[in-house]
Design a protein around this ligand. Structure first.
Ligand SMILES: [Zn+2]
Length: 306
């Protein structure tokens, strides 16, 4: 594959993944360019982008090893097994193999996948290396969860999660019911993965801003039209984030979009001033995480919050 193709492919790699073959010192590159939610946890769009890019492994028998030695049994079970599909659900990644076996990965705060082409020798800290051919390897480093599940166990895991707005089968009515019955602020509800899956801190701040909803408002106080607005915004922003590989919510032309720094392309998240109206952004802690809102564009008092 020529250099131009390599560059194009590299630009499409998911958050936390950079093609090590293209850089002499890959470690700082993938560490510093990993788009995360502020506490280091990739949000749902990162996992969907990863699932999309790992489709290159589908339909072939896995070549699996655990250089680190902490997933030796799992790797032995995967090795030689045909990969049927790769999918993301919220912040969880599933590789579905023949025989009803599944690799489940949750990256957590430190985890990342590294795509290497050519594969080359694996680093000793690699928990799992997957390759469909000698030319490409996907190295998994420092995940929170890396385990084998049967189909029932995967179904149980997904059953504990709310709908994922990025999935075509997402049930928006179920999210609406979850929001209506939630006993706390909407900003906390959106981070609760059992309410809706895949939303992290950046998506919470930016989607609530775009929907004009203050994160401190009681979830149960939202009107159905407000929820509909949030749902449509969330899907649009998340789908675009899958394409961009990061969450950019400011209105930008394509050229600027490709180059802009993340903190210059967000409306309220970790901003001093609202990028829309210029008011000072309110910062508070909601759902245990830093929350950001514009008092003009997202009036808290509207629902009785003073
Ligand atoms: Zn504003």
């Amino acid at each position: 594959m020529g250099g131009d193709m390599s560059s194009k492919l590299s630009s499409k790699l998911p958050d936390g993944v950079r093609d090590a073959a293209l850089t002499k010192r890959p470690r700082p590159t993938w560490a510093s360019r990993c788009s995360t939610d502020g506490n280091g946890v990739p949000e749902g769009h990162s996992l969907h982008r990863l699932a999309r890019d790992q489709q290159e492994l589908v339909g072939q028998p896995a070549q699996a090893i655990s250089p680190q030695g902490r997933f030796t049994t799992g790797a032995a079970e995967l090795d030689g097994r045909c990969l049927h599909s790769v999918e993301a659900y919220g912040k969880h990644l599933r590789h579905h193999y023949e025989g009803g076996r599944n690799l489940h990965v949750h990256l957590g705060m430190q985890g990342k996948w590294l795509r290497l082409r050519p594969a080359g020798p694996a680093r000793p800290q690699v928990r799992l290396r997957l390759g469909a051919a000698a030319t490409v390897a996907w190295d998994l480093i420092a995940p929170t969860r890396c385990e084998m599940l049967d189909d029932l166990q995967w179904a149980e895991l997904v059953g504990r999660l709310g709908p994922d707005p990025l999935r075509p089968d997402a049930d928006r009515d179920e999210v609406w019911r979850n929001i209506q019955s939630y006993g706390g602020p909407v900003g906390a509800a959106l981070l609760d993965q059992s309410v809706v899956a895949g939303i992290g801190n950046v998506l919470r701040a930016e989607t609530l801003f775009l929907a004009g909803i203050h994160p401190a408002r009681p979830a149960a106080g939202l009107t159905s039209s407000e929820f509909d607005r949030w749902w449509d915004v969330a899907r649009r922003v998340m789908q675009r984030a899958v394409e961009d590989g990061r969450i950019l919510t400011a209105d930008l032309d394509d050229d600027t979009r490709a180059k802009v720094a993340e903190n210059e392309a967000r409306m309220v998240y970790r901003q001093d001033l609202c990028r829309s109206c210029g008011a000072a952004v309110d910062a508070s802690v909601i759902g245990g995480r830093d929350a950001f809102a514009c008092p003009n564009c997202q009036p808290a008092a509207r629902a009785g919050v003073s």
